[in-house]
Design a binder for this molecule. Structure first.
Ligand code: ZN
Ligand code: ZN
Length: 313
């Protein structure tokens, strides 16, 4: 690597330095994933932020899920919010959509002038419309008073009703795949096919071998994860413990089963994400991976907030 001081030392060799620096700039990864919020569930805590992910391809940001804190985490990741072009919501649990409207609003407040396209299960179009009702006074005041563009024309929402390709750009193809997350069935995993490899986000999901087929041969599988011993600790101290445990067991995937999915899919890298529970200080990275390893022998990453993974892997 040649930094500015080295370049100055080289003096007369400056003509040689410029191409080297150019090559270095070109070596910047085109495709990366940033895990913005890794804690599963809607409670806001001092620890990890609520669910949200970012895929960057050739400087185009794609946001996947908008849990509380997504705007702040994008700023922390150094991503200007108005640069966002696409938002994908996996399902309408609040830990995945609570900041959907406000993320768009924050982009507008920071000077957004180009449209953002959003995709999600049935309801995202209605939610978008309702958002403008909720914020009618502020939005119309600022349009008149501050001369801002009308934001209602800049957020273009689309309900996804079936599996299949939902977006195709010059760089990226995004495909949705329905996966059960009882009682929610309008719930989509997303596959991003990029010039540097394929990334699959599981969404929240019950153990689903069909998801392994959808993720077959992917370079990176980002899968939700539940650690059963900590779930038992959680329900023991919760008032609605019995029904909470039933919900978690029926709608999420244990570490051991996550390993099964990754192995069946034959992915290169498995990223554990959306941790349930996401705020038990007794659970170590080793705990998260030990049962995954019983079934999957590839590379495992335990996601942390703002961790980046560059492709190709
Ligand atoms: Zn969730
Ligand atoms: Zn959920």
């Amino acid at each position: 690597m040649i930094d500015r001081r080295d370049a100055l030392k080289l003096g007369g060799a400056a003509a040689l330095v410029a191409p080297a620096m150019l090559a270095q700039a070109q070596a910047r990864p085109r495709t990366k994933i940033v895990f913005l919020g890794t804690k599963g569930g809607p409670r806001v805590t001092m620890g990890a932020s609520n669910p949200a992910n970012l895929v960057m391809v050739n400087d185009t940001p794609f946001v996947i899920d908008c849990g509380m804190g997504v705007s702040h985490q994008l700023v922390a990741a150094g991503v200007p919010i108005p640069s966002i072009k696409y938002i994908f919501i996996s399902h309408h649990h609040s830990d995945h959509n609570l900041e959907y409207g406000n993320l768009f609003y924050n982009a507008w407040a920071a000077g957004l002038s180009t449209p953002i396209h959003s995709f999600g299960p049935k309801g995202i179009e209605a939610m978008t419309k309702a958002y403008w009702e909720l914020n009618k006074f502020d939005v119309e005041t600022r349009i008149d008073d501050e001369g801002r563009p009308d934001p209602r024309k800049l957020l273009i929402a689309k309900d996804i009703t079936d599996d299949g390709v939902v977006l195709q750009t010059a760089d990226v193809k995004v495909t949705a795949f329905r996966t059960p997350h009882p009682p929610i069935m309008d719930n989509f995993a997303y596959k991003f096919e990029t010039p540097d490899g394929t990334i699959v986000f599981s969404s929240d999901t019950a153990y689903n071998p069909k998801l392994a087929e959808f993720a077959g041969g992917a370079d990176v599988l980002v899968h939700e994860t539940m650690y059963l011993p900590a779930v038992d600790r959680l329900v023991a101290k919760t008032k609605n413990g019995a029904s909470l445990k039933k919900h978690l067991m029926e709608s999420h995937t244990s570490t051991e089963d996550v390993g099964r999915i990754a192995a069946a899919a034959g992915v290169k890298v498995l990223v554990l994400n959306h941790f349930v529970p996401g705020d038990d200080p007794l659970v170590t990275d080793e705990n998260w991976t030990e049962d995954v390893k019983k079934n999957f022998s590839g590379r495992i990453v335990v996601a942390k907030d703002l961790m980046e993974l560059t492709l190709p892997v």
